[in-house]
Design a protein around this ligand. Sequence first.
Ligand SMILES: *[C@@H]1O[C@H](CO)[C@@H](O)[C@H](O)[C@H]1NC(C)=O
Length: 223
Amino acid sequence: MLSYSSYMLMAVAALLVTCHALPKCPEVPGLPGVPGLPGRDDLKGQARLPGLIGPSGSLLGPPGRDILPYLPGLPDSLDTELHNVLVNLKHRLCRLEGVLALNGKIREVGEKIFASNGKKVDFGSAVKSCEEAGGTIASPMNEEENKAILSIVQQYNQYAYLGIKEGETSGQFKYINGMPLNYTKWHQYEPNGKGTEKCVEMYTDGSWNDKKCNLYRLTICEF
Ligand SMILES: *[C@@H]1O[C@H](CO)[C@@H](O)[C@H](O)[C@H]1NC(C)=O
């Protein structure tokens, strides 16, 4: 029998995978739910979640309660309720991501979301702002990610620092988490700092240049 926490983990994992795998927000499945509960006093009634496969046999019954549980080990009611909560959460998150993307606030590539606060700061401050926001400084790991970062660079028309630094060995650049680069987009004849330019900036054409770390560059984070 699955424990409650492993059930939740699986459900959340499924949520994360499907949300990013789909081009747009899937419809919430099922027929419309039972009408909202009547309001109390002056307050508006609370809307009910739609049923998983629509309302159960009894019109007064809770939504979708009589469907077979899709995972064993939980009472039907809790199982259905959790499922409905997750489906609605997913739907709502997808719509929010749509709103943010529409407004040019985020770029989504695979599992990553890139965003900027529009501020120009030195490398250390950019790293710090990203971490304070729960992310890390943008580190392009393939062409698609580089393009997503580039579109933010172009939106603000400002060069940005990337999450890449030169190691002990001159000319050897790594991701700031220490991993070796598996993708590069150096501008012609770059890097050419010979150990004096430890940071990397992105130009407005998406190519990279090694640069000193104390200049003011656009902050772009990934989440
Ligand atoms: C480099 O590795 C990362 C994660 O390990 C992956 O997402 C990315 O696509 C890889 N890049 C290339 C060019 O294969």
